[in-house]
Design a protein around this ligand. Structure first.
Ligand SMILES: [Zn+2]
Ligand SMILES: [Zn+2]
Ligand SMILES: [Zn+2]
Length: 336
């Protein structure tokens, strides 16, 4: 019997379609490979001139926009939003519009032409997490921005146009709808129970264990109860923290280890799937006791069609308990 499950935060229903049940091997995805001639790759060391001038870089004393770095952050060459200008909010009759003001940056995660995140050394992933934090703290100073979304697209099907491993950041003058939905759902839960819904999820999933994939000193990795897509996982900090940028120094290596772990597990179980991940955090300059930052990781294994677009329901052919079990028991010698 298929099952309808309700997401405890935003109240969205998903259909766990057990009749169409899919096992991990049904999803095995072959990767897109990695090109060998990297002379035209704008993200490779030595090709710094092919990107707009860097915003920050982690380097060993070498001058900006030259080789000798471990990570660079540059403006997106084709930004979705423009950094200059005011918000210019106006009405057009009953409609609202404003200027497309925002920051759109690319985090180049390594100087080497590496296409897969799971093969990056943990130390480089620590640098990536630190760069996310540094950029949020810097952009917070611009009072036009209310929200910063950090995300990663890997593989063409997940929206990546360049294969050299990278993440992106968009600073927005408004709070995105997905996040507002989480915020209001979490506020409602808090109003009712006087507890953070995410802290409750952490408590229950740690005790229950069926959807727990891995845990470490500061974080847990779970398959959520009502996932939108097969093999979706979340990383949550155990300690209540509303905003990602308040992550403590001692949490960073631990988060890098868990990110590395989930990437290797995903490759182990699913092949080399395209995926997206995004960091959900409280809006800038707020610290709500009902909201708890987290990372959502979504391999792209199914396509959404008319039913999903029309209803806002999602059909997921893999129960999260099956996904968690497969990820927990993969062959990879990948324990945190
Ligand atoms: Zn490259
Ligand atoms: Zn919490
Ligand atoms: Zn979220």
């Amino acid at each position: 019997m298929p099952e309808l499950r309700k997401d405890p935060v935003i109240g969205r229903w998903v259909i766990i379609a057990t009749e169409r049940r899919k096992r991990p091997h049904d999803f095995q995805v072959t990767g897109e490979g990695c090109m060998t001639d990297t002379s035209s790759c704008p993200f490779c060391e030595g090709n710094e001139g092919k990107t707009p001038p860097e915003i920050i870089a982690y380097r060993n004393g070498t001058p900006p926009n030259s080789p000798g770095w471990s990570l660079r952050v540059v403006p997106n060459k084709f930004p979705a939003l423009a950094i200059e200008g005011g918000l210019g909010r106006v009405g057009e009759g009953m409609f609202d519009k404003m200027n497309g003001v925002g920051a759109h940056e690319v985090i180049i995660e390594t100087p080497r032409h590496v296409c897969n995140y799971d093969v990056l050394p943990e130390q480089e992933i620590e640098g990536i997490v630190s760069a996310y934090r540094d950029r949020v703290i810097d952009l917070k100073g611009d009072d036009r921005f209310q929200y910063i979304l950090i995300f990663k697209n890997k593989g063409r099907d997940a929206g990546a146009s360049l294969e050299h491993t990278h993440s992106q950041l968009i600073a927005l003058p408004i709070v995105p709808k997905r996040v507002s939905e989480e915020l209001s759902g979490a506020r409602e839960y808090f109003g009712f129970k006087e507890r953070c819904v995410f802290c409750d999820i952490i408590r229950q999933e740690t005790q229950d264990g069926t959807r727990l994939v891995a845990e470490s000193e500061h974080f847990i990795l779970i398959s959520p109860y009502a996932p939108k897509s097969p093999f979706e996982t979340w990383i949550l900090p155990r300690e209540h923290q509303s905003s990602f940028e308040t992550i403590k120094d001692e949490q960073i290596p631990d988060l890098a280890r868990l990110l590395h772990l989930v990437m290797r597990k995903m490759v182990d179980v699913l092949g080399d799937p395209p995926f997206n991940y995004m960091i959900h955090s409280a809006p800038l300059h707020t610290d709500p006791e009902h909201y708890h930052w987290h990372i959502e990781i979504m391999p792209k294994l199914t396509h959404h069609a008319g039913f999903e677009w029309g209803s806002g329901f999602y059909i997921n052919p893999t129960p999260p308990e099956d996904a968690a079990e497969a990820l927990r028991n993969c062959d990879t010698v990948c324990q945190p």
